[in-house]
Design a protein around this ligand. Structure first.
Ligand code: ADP
Ligand code: MG
Length: 348
């Protein structure tokens, strides 16, 4: 069986985006090949994430929603290696305190029977009930922030913008996930269910992009596979010295000479070792190189930066979205050079 470990961390559920991100990452950690994200009323009423992953074993029912319990670490050293998205054991416990939420789960040997788990606000297991379920896990979150009136009102007031941000995050997961299909739907109060987008499992990132942004996004894109070496200007601390200084940037970017106005949407998605994250400095490099072609529209960018895990730090913020690149300026310079070269070669 899997063991559950107690660790310390900060608050991870701060808004609608963090709910969705934590639940999708749990599904990816559970090796799901299908993830369905269903919103009702832009997520104000419910957020439901259903996967076909390994499910939760009954020995963990009591602990999954308790603070700081995770089944994902076999020892504390795992914290630095980040094989899984989760590791803080905080998402479900926060949801318990911030919403009405329940879980339905079935392991392979239990399906088509599954178990519904209900929790108290403290994360203590309130009750279980046997119900029909395919293999996998569904987490349903109702009335997010219901017990925090100020935050609930904020959410209601800003829901359009929040929902837009959520879709941006889901687009990034859907485009990078070549193993799992990700589908997103939203049901408005009076309307019918609308599928926002859906990818398929086991397809390329290019096919994912077509599913998410439409096939018309593809013709203007260049496939990017940049390889360069980081040449540190200052010395690394001995602990963080990366063994491998090779950097690879894989992805798709607008071809600058394709013609203004005909480009893919100006969406930009960045990943470090396949993990979605915000990288404003890297975005700036892409935009600058692109601008030198006198095009006002900013480029579509899908860039997965593959580099040694010692070359950056993800544990700087609770939401793990902020990444600290240790040798940022040398990396950016090398990226700028290599991107310029890619575009120049395209022109010939
Ligand atoms: P963490 O992901 O950091 O371990 P969470 O609070 O997100 O913490 O989840 C707690 C535990 O619940 C996980 O360690 C895992 O055992 C279980 N769990 C949550 N979501 C899923 C899922 N979709 N599939 C399987 N197990 C899950
Ligand atoms: Mg988690």
């Amino acid at each position: 069986g899997r063991t559950v470990h107690q660790i310390q961390s900060g608050q991870v559920i701060v808004d609608l985006c963090s709910v969705v991100k934590e639940l999708v990452e749990n599904s990816l950690d559970a090796q799901a090949t299908s993830i369905e994200v269903r919103f009702k009323n832009n997520g104000l009423d419910t957020i439901e994430v259903q996967d076909n992953g390994v499910g939760i074993s009954s020995e963990n029912y009591e602990t999954i929603a308790l603070k700081h319990y995770t089944s994902k670490l076999s020892n504390y050293d795992d914290l630095s290696s980040l094989q899984t998205f989760g590791f803080r054991g905080e998402a479900l416990s926060s949801l318990g305190a911030l919403s009405k939420f329940h879980v339905i789960t079935a392991r392979a040997d239990e399906a088509p029977k599954g178990t519904r788990l209900d929790f108290e606000a403290s994360g203590k297991l309130k009750g279980t009930q046997v119900i029909a379920s395919q293999k996998g896990t569904t987490v349903a979150v109702e009335d997010l922030f219901m017990n925090l009136p100020v935050r609930r009102r904020e959410l209601e007031k800003n829901i359009k913008r929040e929902y837009g941000k959520v879709l941006g995050i889901l687009q990034a997961y859907a485009c990078i996930s070549t193993q799992a299909r990700i589908s997103v739907s939203n049901m408005m109060a009076k309307g019918k269910k609308a599928t926002v987008f859906a990818t398929k499992s086991r397809q390329s990132t290019r096919e994912n992009i077509a599913n998410v942004f439409g096939a018309k996004a593809l013709p203007g894109l260049i496939t990017m596979d940049l390889n360069f070496e980081m040449q540190p200007t200052k010395t690394y601390s001995q602990l963080s010295e990366p063994e491998n200084k090779q950097v690879r940037v894989l992805g798709h970017v607008s071809r600058p000479t394709f013609g203004e106005g005909r480009h893919a949407p100006d969406r930009q998605m960045f990943f470090v070792n396949t993990r979605p994250c915000g990288l404003p400095q890297v975005a700036k490099v892409f935009n600058e190189v692109y601008k030198s072609y006198n095009i006002s529209q900013s480029p579509f960018v899908f860039a997965n930066i593959l580099l040694d895990t010692n070359a950056y730090d993800v544990n700087v913020s609770p939401d793990k979205r902020t990444i600290l690149l240790h040798e940022q300026s040398t990396l950016l310079d090398a990226l700028r050079g290599s991107l310029t070269e890619l575009f120049e070669n395209q022109d010939q």
